[in-house]
Design a binder for this molecule. Structure first.
Ligand SMILES: Cc1ncc(COP(=O)(O)O)c(C=O)c1O
Length: 634
């Protein structure tokens, strides 16, 4: 029996699951909503007609099974579980209980040892699924469709896979009749997507007939997953053998100079709020041609401060790209404003200036552009559009230290700009951030916000925070700033070599470089035309750290319910792959990375159909086309 505590915990877990499912789905629903109706006409009628024919035998069979369960193991007869339904809406799925009571209670993938004798029989014939006819009657499920999944599985779908939620989940489906248990997880989803795209009465009747045959022939167990395939795939990934020496995605360029600088600060006795911060602010601002610099303990705190300094808060909207690290969006949410997600330019992955007209509202206060991988987007257009509409332009330049647009350093194009100094950045202080601004008042407000709103000792004039950077970090930052040009030169050289090499690999598109901008290559992100996940797996197995930067922010569980539809972002997200690109890569390592990418791509091309077949290249804003295999202009 559940104790009060357990029951409460169970309830919380259940509602969390529901909530997650609901949020994921509302986003996915809107993300995938197209012109096509979700179901063919007459599908519900077909369900009800077949149900009425099957009602009497199903009731009789159900009663016999219920009696058998009661006699062999007592109550409960039914097992209920929250699943993600159409559009991800949660519903309670019914099954006949096949496990011992304790095992089945909340366990989606219970131990096989917990299956009861009668349960084994029911599963063999798939009769345990019979009570889902109630779900069909209630309109939560259909007879044919993708099998309903658990909420957490939905959260892991990529944007394309989310399309399987467009229809009601099914008691059986195309994947079932193709031997579901013998397929990989992604293959099953592919069959589901095929069903969603090709549904018809004929197809449903064929699947139902085939299912009946499968069940009667005793192969029904194939329809019943006894393990968590997603978790297993994750396990496989995390158990990718470590091959030494491993080539890291990023590697801070830290040496004796930084160690010596920290030693000096530690012996000076001033560990915070001292001369190192003041000097770092001045030097960083000078390097970027800005009037003022204000340090912060993190880039995320700096972003929030930037918004607060502009008095952006509840009721305001800020337009941001979704192709970013989530904190661009969460910092807007933290100050009580609403992030409005915009689509991107498919070449640079930066905010598409054309999106502003689509998304602007009476509440829009600012546009926060993100310089993806450090490369600025079309800043001329952005500035003009913002000026025309009376919007503030802010820069999330987290990745862009040292980048330039038309020969002018980034960080000076908007009212203010944030830089981050985490270890993957070209300039690192471990953790840290800095805001550049040309406006004296803004700089003053930023300083107050950073330090408890303290104008003079113990005189607090606004509700501030402790967002200070330590003196040790500022000292490291100063040394790093002196090295920045050398770091950037090496990275640009490495990136140029890599792009030349990868331009000869069919199926890979090296990063695009705007002709009038210079990228600091904080990331080196390619597009993989086919089977991106297989390419990623291969690289990891070869000891080369690769990553997907970034799963879009608008599809994160915290934002999925906001209804953003960003086809370019979602298409890019399904194909992008960042490979190592740091200043300490040797020629030998560069060659190993390129060889491994080439091999991974050719293996992936020979592999079974991709889980992310690539959409036709999209037209870029201004009529340009996304480059395919040709090397982009640099
Ligand atoms: C684009 C972008 N914005 C914001 C941040 C947040 O910066 P931090 O991690 O310093 O808080 C990052 C960090 O990687 C980032 O890449």
């Amino acid at each position: 029996m559940l104790t009060r505590g357990n029951a409460a915990a169970g309830h919380v877990a259940r509602s969390a699951r529901c909530d997650a499912s609901h949020r994921a789905s509302r986003g996915s629903h809107r993300a995938s909503r197209g012109s096509r109706p979700a179901h063919y006409r007459g599908k519900r009628l077909l369900d009800l007609a077949i149900l009425s024919l099957a009602a009497i035998p199903a009731l009789a069979l159900g009663a016999i099974c219920a009696a058998a369960i009661l006699i062999s193991g007592g109550t409960p007869v039914l097992f209920r579980q929250v699943r993600a339904g159409r559009d991800g809406k949660p519903f309670v799925l019914f099954k006949l209980r096949t496990m011992t009571g304790t095992q089945q209670r909340g366990d989606a993938f219970p131990e096989p040892a917990g299956i009861t004798r009668i349960g084994r029989l029911l599963r063999r014939m798939s009769i345990d699924e019979l009570p889902q006819l109630i779900n069909v009657l209630r309109g939560e499920m259909s007879l044919v469709g993708p099998r309903p999944t658990l909420a957490y599985q939905v959260l892991r779908y990529d944007p394309r896979q989310l399309r399987r939620l467009r229809v009601r989940p099914g008691l059986t489906g195309l994947a079932q009749v193709h031997g579901r248990n013998r397929m990989s997880w992604t293959e099953r989803i592919e069959w589901d997507l095929r069903y969603v795209e090709n549904q018809s009465i004929r197809l449903d009747l064929a699947v139902i007939a085939r299912t009946a045959w499968t069940v009667l022939s005793g192969d029904g167990v194939a329809g019943h997953a006894r393990f968590d395939p997603i978790a297993q795939a994750d396990e496989r990934r995390s158990s990718v053998p470590e091959v030494t020496p491993r080539i890291r995605l990023a590697k801070p360029d830290i040496g004796e100079e930084e160690i010596e600088a920290v030693r000096e600060v530690l012996t000076s006795g001033t560990l915070t709020g001292g001369p190192q911060n003041a000097a770092f602010e001045r030097e960083f601002a000078d390097r970027h041609g800005a009037a003022h610099g204000v340090t912060f303990c993190t880039g995320t705190a700096a972003l929030a401060a930037m918004l607060l300094a502009e008095d952006i808060g509840p009721g305001d909207e800020v337009i941001i790209p979704s192709m970013t690290f989530v904190s661009t969006a969460t910092s807007v949410a933290h100050v009580g404003a609403t992030p409005v997600f915009a689509d991107i330019d498919p070449r640079t992955f930066n905010l598409d200036p054309g999106e502003i007209a689509r998304l602007v509202s009476r509440r829009t206060r600012a546009v926060m552009t993100v310089h993806y991988a450090g490369q600025p987007g079309e800043l001329d257009q952005l500035r003009k559009t913002c000026a025309d509409r009376g919007l503030l332009l802010l820069e999330d330049a987290a990745q862009a230290a040292g980048a330039e647009f038309r020969g002018r350093p980034v960080g000076t194009f908007g009212k203010s700009a944030m830089f981050s100094f985490t270890p993957t950045k070209n300039l690192t202080t471990g953790e840290g951030g800095l805001v550049l601004t040309g406006d004296r008042d803004t700089a003053g407000r930023l300083r107050l916000l950073r330090n408890h709103g303290q104008a003079r000792q113990y005189e607090h004039v606004l509700t501030g925070y402790n967002w200070r950077l330590t003196e040790m970090q500022a000292a490291i930052g100063r040394v790093q700033l002196r090295k920045l040009d050398a770091i950037l030169a090496r990275k640009r050289q490495n990136a140029a070599w890599m792009s030349d090499r990868l331009a000869q690999v069919p199926g890979i598109v090296p990063p695009y470089q705007l002709p009038h901008a210079s990228s600091p290559y904080m990331l080196y992100t390619c597009l993989v035309q086919r089977n991106r996940d297989a390419v990623l797996d291969h690289l990891l197995r070869a000891g080369i750290e690769a990553r997907i930067y970034f799963p879009p922010a608008h599809l994160q569980p915290i934002f999925a319910g906001r209804g953003a539809r960003l086809p370019v972002t979602e298409d890019v997200a399904a194909r992008m792959l960042s490979i190592p690109m740091h200043s300490r890569l040797t020629a030998d390592e560069l060659a190993r990375i390129a060889d491994a990418v080439e091999e991974a791509v050719s293996r992936a091309a020979r592999a079974r159909p991709s889980s992310h077949p690539v959409a036709a290249p999209r037209a870029a804003p201004g009529g340009l086309r996304q480059p395919t295999t040709a090397r982009p202009a640099r």
